[in-house]
Design a protein around this ligand. Structure first.
Ligand code: ADP
Length: 292
C-alpha cells in the first residue's frame, strides 16, 4: 500500500503545484487524471525521489519514500513523460547497461532478465536496432522494459500514451495491464480512456487539489440518471442552457453541437437521458470545482 499524506509543493516563483494531497493506493493499476498543469508530474516526481515536497509524506508498506531516497530508487520503476535514450545504442545494449547500474551484476542473471523483458515488451525482433530509430510506441515500450528491471514494487508511468497512434497505444496499454498485480502502478494521464480501460482505482486532480478518488465504475454509477444531452441549434439556445444548468461537456456529433448537462431531475426542454461515462465523471468534477 502506498500512503500519501498531506503532500504540498510550491515552486519557486509561487506556483502551488500540490495542495495538501492525501491518497491511499493499493497494489494494482491506479489512474491519476487531470488537465495539463494539474500537478500530476509534480506528484510523480516526488514519489520518484526527484523532487522534495514542502510538507507531507509518502510511504510504501511503511518505507518513507521522501526520507529514504536510495532505498526507494532500488524498488522503483519510473517511466518519465519524456524518456531520453542514447540514440545510437541498441535496446539490448542499453538494457544491459541499465541492468548493471541497477545492481544486476551477475551476467547469467542479467542476460535472462534483459532477454525476458525484450520478449515481454515485444521488442525482441528490433532489439539490435538503434534506439534513435524507434517509433514513439517502441520507445515507450522500451521505457517500460527499463522500468521493470530489478523487479520494482512501485511503478510510475507519466503520460505514456501522448503522441502514440491508436495501434501503438493499444499495444502499450496491454503491456501495462500485464504487469504484476502485486505491484503499485500509478499511471498519470490526461486521457480518460486510458483510465477507463486499465485502472481499478483512480483519482482526479486539478490545480494541485484532489477532487475525487474512487473506483471508476462506482464514480460513474454515482452520476446515473443525472446526465442529460441535447443537440442545440443556435448560439442563443446554447447560452440559455449554459445559464440554466451546469454544463458537463460540449461535443460535435455529425457536425451538430451536443451539450451534456448535470441535473438531478429531468430538465425537460427536449433533453434526453444520457448514459453516464467516465468522461462525464471527469468533466463534472472539474467544472464543479472550477474557480469562478
Ligand atoms: P501536470 O503534470 O499535471 O501537467 P505539473 O506538475 O507539471 O502538472 O505542473 C503543475 C504546475 O506547476 C503548473 O502550473 C506548472 O506550470 C508548474 N510547474 C511545474 N514545474 C515547475 C518548475 N520546475 N518551476 C515552476 N513551476 C513549475
Amino acid at each position: 500500500m502506498l500512503s500519501i499524506r498531506n503532500l504540498a509543493k510550491t515552486y519557486p516563483g509561487g506556483v502551488r503545484a500540490l495542495r495538501d494531497v492525501s491518497l491511499e493506493i493499493p497494489p494494482g493499476m491506479f489512474g491519476l487524471i487531470g488537465p495539463n498543469g494539474a500537478g500530476k508530474s509534480t506528484l510523480m516526481k516526488i514519489l520518484a525521489t526527484l523532487l522534495e515536497p514542502d510538507t507531507g509524506s509518502a510511504t510504501l508498506d511503511g518505507l518513507d519514500l521522501v526520507a529514504n531516497k536510495d532505498e526507494t530508487r532500488r524498488l522503483l520503476g519510473y517511466l518519465p513523460q519524456e524518456f531520453g535514450v542514447y540514440p545510437k545504442m541498441s535496446a539490448v545494449d542499453m538494457l544491459r547497461h541499465l541492468a548493471v547500474m541497477k545492481g544486476i551484476t551477475k551476467s547469467g542473471e542479467r542476460k535472462e532478465i534483459v532477454e525476458g523483458l525484450l520478449q515481454q515488451t515485444n521488442l525482441w525482433d528490433v532489439r539490435k536496432k538503434a534506439l534513435g530509430g524507434y517509433s514513439g510506441g517502441m520507445k515507450q515500450r522500451f521505457g517500460i522494459a527499463q522500468a521493470l528491471l530489478a523487479n520494482p514494487r512501485l511503478i510510475i508511468v507519466d503520460e505514456p500514451t501522448a503522441g502514440l497512434d491508436p495501434a501503438e497505444r493499444n499495444r502499450f496499454l496491454n503491456l501495462l495491464s500485464s504487469i504484476g498485480r502485486n505491484v503499485v502502478v500509478i499511471l498519470s494521464t490526461h486521457i480518460v480512456e486510458d483510465v477507463r480501460e486499465l485502472c481499478s482505482r483512480m483519482a482526479i486532480i486539478s490545480s494541485g487539489e484532489l477532487l475525487l478518488e474512487g473506483v471508476p465504475v462506482e464514480t460513474i454509477d454515482a452520476l446515473k440518471g443525472r446526465v442529460w444531452r441535447k443537440v442545440v441549434g443556435t448560439e442563443a439556445e446554447r447560452e440559455a442552457i449554459e445559464k440554466a444548468f451546469p454544463v458537463i461537456s460540449m461535443h460535435l456529433v455529425g457536425g451538430l453541437q451536443e451539450l451534456r448537462i448535470y441535473s438531478e431531475q429531468s430538465p425537460g426542454q427536449g433533453f434526453a437521458g444520457a448514459e453516464a461515462d467516465l468522461e462525464d465523471v471527469y468533466f463534472h468534477h472539474l467544472t464543479r470545482h472550477r474557480p469562478n
